[in-house]
Design a protein around this ligand. Structure first.
Ligand code: UDP
Length: 264
């Protein structure tokens, strides 16, 4: 099975990503063909390198939005590490002939990194969600992962005018990992814009993860995740997502149309 990078902007891949990492092109968006284990070791290398980096957990909704936004495609394709988050991406990648081995979700990476952090002496910062959610998530994480250094939190409802103080605070606290839970693609745009100023080695967009960790929202039960029905659980739990999920059949149609047009 061929695993050749064909994403239009994938030559922008930089830093340690210059290594021969295999990636797929899904409708012009790059996704790295990594397992969760490989993603964690990639993030370790990113943190060791110490330069600000952007990590994206890609799903079908973002790729669909990127079809009408060259800016969003550029943001995605210039990220340092991109994992296949949703089952839509896994399905699409396989349909296009790429070797996507498993889903690597934002929340799974979140938990795995919190497990590694005390061992590696990494500090983490939680940014995003409604006021109080990041603090509640921090309390839960501190209990689950003894020794975890959570150096700061901030809710996700801030304005441009708040940015100078936030940048200064995060720079001073100098976390190794910044979890950004503003929802996609807002978090991707925000990270791209501020990562150099923030100077944080690993900036990761994690969508609604803080709500789940804090206990305000439930994740699908394990058996549903296993049979790739997490999207259905989220839809039933939050019917307001219905409109967003309407893009999924459109995404599927686009993939089927492009199945034979894979560029090499
Ligand atoms: N959010 C935020 N600031 C905003 C918009 C959204 O902090 O300006 C938060 C919102 O409170 C929620 C998260 O971003 O916690 C988005 O969650 P969702 O499940 O919609 O994200 P997804 O995982 O689907 O990208």
């Amino acid at each position: 099975m061929e695993c050749i990078s064909t994403a239009e902007d994938s030559k922008i891949i930089k830093g340690f990503c210059m290594e021969k990492r295999e990636n797929a092109d899904i409708l012009g968006c790059r996704v790295d063909l990594l397992t969760a284990e490989e993603a964690i070791s990639g993030i370790k290398s990113i943190i060791d390198r110490g330069q600000p980096a952007h990590i994206i957990t890609l799903n079908a909704e973002i790729v669909y939005q990127a079809q009408s936004s060259q800016d969003l495609r550029t943001i995605i394709n210039s990220a340092d590490l991109i994992t296949p988050d949703g089952i839509g991406i896994v399905w699409a990648g396989r349909k296009l002939g790429f070797n996507i081995r498993e889903r690597v979700t934002g929340i799974d990476l979140f938990y795995r990194l919190c497990q590694e952090a005390p061992v590696e002496q990494w500090k983490i910062y939680l940014l995003g969600s409604a006021p109080g959610v990041a603090d509640a998530a921090a309390s839960k994480l501190a209990i689950t992962y003894p020794g975890l250094q959570i150096c700061g939190t901030h809710h996700g409802y801030f304005g441009e005018e708040d940015m100078p103080a936030m940048v200064q605070e995060i720079r001073e606290l100098a976390p190794h990992i910044l979890f950004v839970a503003l929802g996609a693609p807002k978090q991707e745009t925000w990270i791209k814009k501020y990562k150099e100023q923030l100077g944080v080695p690993a900036c990761i967009g994690v969508g609604g993860s803080l709500d789940v960790i804090a206990g305000y929202k439930k994740r699908a039960p394990g058996w549903m995740i296993k049979i790739n029905m997490e999207w259905l659980y989220r839809l039933l739990a939050e019917p307001s997502r219905f409109k967003r999920q309407l893009v999924l059949p459109k995404f599927v149609t686009l993939i089927l149309k492009n199945k034979h047009k894979r560029r090499i």
